[in-house]
Design a protein around this ligand. Structure first.
Ligand code: PHE
Length: 335
């Protein structure tokens, strides 16, 4: 009896494993587990088994039954999930378009900016977003309590640990780590205690540039930013520099490009001014150079910083900065 049971179990397992269709599975079920199936016969034969072997035989029957039922179910599920002909590809169905992710508009702008400077021989550097007070302000030549810090109000982690308010902090870290010549751009996130509106955000992005070498002059700064403006807005734009103040540059300037939309006549994009203000720049203050141990008799340099959001908004006609951070697919899917 036990022998027969084992043989039947083997046969049933093989039949199920070989089943190719749901009909095959059903046939196996009827043959082995059905009301008139082999297992049923064996169960009925139990009364002929010697009494002392009956418990063992009964147990074995139950075990085999459980196993076969589970296997049957599994095979049925597999076939239903489709590895059989039911699953064959319907070549008449229309194809499904692959959804390709595009770069976020901010990241497109970031990459375009970097590419321009790579072409000018710059390297990319990065630095921490969480800075101590020294790198955030002191090393950038901010005197204590100087009003120039007002526009750099940021978030404090501890008394002397802040979120950086500008990528200029990385100028210091780069200069501390190498001797001139220095030519780097620094893309990165910055933070300020600004109230969020269509043109302000507590978290935003800048691209910093720093060049230090022998004989660097303001003319180099101007030429570099002109190349940059041409790369971003086309060969027809002009650049404008007007006096400004930053503690870490002297002289300092704010720079603008002529409006790429109206050519400088005044339009909606440039708020009728003909110019688009893009950022700050200047010659690196000798105090900053000497603080990192550079010989100020030998080396001069320039630095500049631009906001990435402004470029992205101008280029793609995005009127509210908040859209850039919304994660709204209706906006993002357009890029
Ligand atoms: N870091 C300045 C700002 O955020 C811009 C700047 C960078 C000015 C480098 C001069 C030199 O406003």
């Amino acid at each position: 009896m036990i022998e027969k049971l084992k043989a039947m179990a083997d046969e049933a397992r093989a039949a199920l494993a070989a089943a190719q269709t749901e009909d095959d599975v059903e046939a196996a079920r009827v043959k082995f587990l059905g009301r008139k199936g082999q297992l049923r016969d064996l169960q009925q034969g139990i009364k002929d088994v010697p009494a002392e072997q009956r418990p063992e035989a009964g147990q074995l029957i139950n075990q085999v039954k459980g196993e076969l039922e589970a296997m049957l179910q599994q095979r049925q599920d597999e076939l239903a999930a489709g590895s059989g002909p039911a699953d064959a590809i319907d070549v008449t169905l229309p194809g499904r378009a692959t959804r390709m992710a595009g770069r976020h508009p901010l990241m497109q702008v970031r990459q375009d900016m970097i590419n321009i400077f790579l072409g000018l021989g710059y390297a990319v550097a990065e630095g921490p977003e969480v800075e101590n007070y020294h790198y955030a302000f002191e090393a950038l030549n901010y005197p204590d309590d100087h009003p120039a810090m007002d526009e750099q109000m940021t978030f404090y982690i501890e008394d002397d640990v802040v979120l950086r308010s500008q990528t200029s902090t990385v100028q210091i870290r780069v200069m501390e780590s190498q001797e001139p010549p220095v030519r780097v751009v620094v893309p990165g996130r910055c933070f300020r205690r600004d109230t969020v509106d269509a043109t302000h955000s507590h978290t935003f992005h800048q691209l910093e540039g720093l060049c230090v070498d022998e004989g660097i002059t303001f003319a180099d700064l101007k030429g570099t930013l002109l190349s940059f403006a041409h790369g971003m807005f086309g060969p027809d734009v002009r650049v404008r520099f007007r006096p400004d103040f930053f503690p870490f540059t002297e002289p300092s300037a704010e720079f603008a490009v002529s409006c790429y939309m109206c050519g400088g006549d005044g339009c909606r994009v440039c708020s009728q001014t003909g110019w688009l203000e893009l950022g700050g720049a200047g010659m690196v203050d000798p105090n900053v150079l000497s603080a990192v141990g550079y010989d100020t008799e030998r080396y001069t340099g320039f630095a500049f910083g631009v906001g990435m959001e402004r470029f992205a908004m101008l280029r793609y006609g995005i009127e509210d900065m908040r859209l850039l951070y919304s994660g709204d697919m209706r906006m993002l899917a357009q890029f």
